[in-house]
Design a protein around this ligand. Structure first.
Ligand code: NAD
Length: 476
């Protein structure tokens, strides 16, 4: 694996280059030591990468879709072959427990590649309407900008759809997780991806990301990350009238209806709220309980959290690893202290750095109760292992509380009656609702994305491919 961590270069026109520029260290958040370095690539190499993608686009969009789909399938096969290595890279770069990394960063991306290939073959590339033929073709160069928290999945969601559409890509992955991006790009090359169709530039948002988003030859910016950066990206892209897809943050409610099996529901909500140390955009970080069940829930929640073993991410028994950085740990602890000062009660957790491990940026799983509705821990995305419990009087009140949020990415509803749960789901202002513990990763073709501050546009499935196409109406 040593050479894997040495190779944090850029991929431009099918060639690996190590550009000049300031060098950043990539820190393993468990050992707190550097695993390697990455170059903050400047505007010149970004320009080279975009021009290489633009030059490759004309040929790539004329390929038969079966050829593009076959590339995705061959890449999926290679990802299955190297899944253990890729999962280990992600685990080391950002502290994801290896058992979670295997499922979400190797199996899921392979599933998404295959599903996208299947959907692309059946996609409506042209259809008739009122005497016109609507023809869809790949729109051009896609800038794919991705975060560190589910890195391979987030890259594959964008790249698979763009390549299937007949568009070409310049990827700027998170500067905190450059190695999995390069390992994945190497698999695309091995699978036969033509030079220039998939390019990678490394570096920070401020330097490399801004140079990319402001480039006049882009057709589309597909961004996943924070609301703050999303706003900057959208306004920069507006200068060149470049379309955006924005997959931003979340503060997802889990509504437990009075008829739900409490133990099953709370175990499920704790698992999805604490997944990846709570560093998931759709983590269920607000638990909405009926007033009458709040007292019974306390013991059940405490027992569910006790199952959550903290430790070395490389240990298959670990359920929660460290947070990605010391900065992120401190930010999470600040939210907890402020919540306690605002009248919140710590049902679990201490509000101090975890003592579960002698190294690593750990925060204990934290359940907060008794917070006022305007507390920051209720309203803002913390991106850590923190779940806030809110109580409601009746279903209308539950829907009001769930929707009283700047975000609108995802929600869960739990009930013994699926029709009742569906009726509540249909009233929630979010992009995706999961009933009784179904996981996003169980449905790799279902569109993912948000409303309100969670952004706009969709990834995965046929909507994900459509994002990266343009339509021409041909009338005769
Ligand atoms: P971030 O916004 O700091 O960075 C995301 C990416 O954008 C990184 O590659 C970064 O270098 C780049 N970037 C930052 N500023 C930029 C700029 N001005 N121009 C161009 N690129 C820029 O986010 P993060 O800390 O890496 O990730 C965590 C955030 O991502 C959370 O808010 C989380 O909710 C969100 N997220 C959303 C989804 C989703 O699908 N909705 C999925 C995962 C994570």
């Amino acid at each position: 694996m040593a050479d894997t961590f040495d190779r944090a270069g850029c991929l431009v026109g099918g060639e690996w280059l190590v550009p000049s520029g300031p060098v950043l260290e990539v820190i393993d958040p468990y050992s707190e030591t550097a695993v390697g370095q990455v170059v903050d690539a400047g505007p010149q190499i970004v320009d080279d990468a975009v021009r290489s993608a633009a030059a490759a686009h004309a040929g790539w969009r004329e390929t038969d879709v079966t050829e593009r789909a076959a590339l995705l399938e061959r890449t999926a096969d290679l990802l299955a072959r190297d899944g253990e290595t890729i999962a280990a890279i992600v685990s080391r770069e950002m502290g994801m427990p290896i058992s979670l990394a295997r499922v979400t960063q190797a199996q899921l991306p392979a599933d998404v590649l295959r599903a996208t290939a299947r959907i692309a073959r059946d996609f409506s590339w042209s259809h008739e309407i009122d005497g016109a033929t609507l023809v869809r073709r790949g729109s051009g160069v896609i800038a794919a900008i991705t975060p560190w928290n589910m890195p391979v999945h987030q890259i594959v969601a964008k790249v698979s759809a763009a390549l299937a559409a007949g568009s070409t890509v310049v990827l700027k992955a998170s500067e905190m997780t450059p190695y999995d991006a390069n390992a994945l790009a190497a698999l695309f090359l091995e699978a036969g991806c033509p030079p220039g169709v998939f390019n990678v530039v490394t570096g920070t948002g401020a330097v490399t990301g801004s140079a990319l988003v402001g480039h006049p030859l882009l057709a589309h910016v597909s961004f996943t990350g924070s609301v703050v950066a999303g706003r900057t990206v959208a306004s920069l892209a507006a200068q060149t009238l470049t379309r955006c897809t924005l997959e931003l943050g979340g503060k997802s409610p889990a509504v437990v209806l009075p008829d739900a099996d409490l133990e099953t529901a709370l175990a499920g909500v704790v698992a999805s709220g604490l997944v990846n140390s709570g560093q998931a955009c759709n983590a269920t970080t607000r638990l909405l309980l009926p007033d009458a069940l709040a007292a019974d829930a306390a013991d059940v929640l405490t027992a569910a959290v006790a199952q959550h073993t903290l430790g070395d991410p490389a240990d298959p028994g670990t359920r929660q690893g460290p947070l990605v950085s010391a900065r992120q740990r401190d930010r999470v602890l600040d939210y907890i202290s402020e919540a306690v000062a605002a009248g919140g009660h710590l049902l679990t957790g201490t509000g101090k750095p975890s003592e579960a491990s002698s190294t690593g940026f750990f925060v204990d799983p934290t359940i907060l109760t008794g917070l006022p509705e305007d507390a920051r821990a209720i309203r803002e995305e913390i991106f850590g292992p923190v779940i806030a419990v809110q109580t409601y009087t009746d279903v209308d009140d539950a829907v009001r509380i769930a929707n009283d949020c700047a975000y609108g990415l995802s929600a869960e509803v739990w009930s013994s009656d699926v029709d009742r749960a569906r009726a509540v789901a249909g009233r929630l202002d979010v992009g995706q609702v999961k009933i009784n513990g179904v996981r996003t990763r169980n449905r790799p073709t279902v569109p993912f994305g948000g409303v309100k501050d969670s952004g706009y546009g969709r990834e995965l499935g046929h909507l994900g491919i459509e994002e990266f196409t343009d339509v021409t109406a041909v009338m005769s």
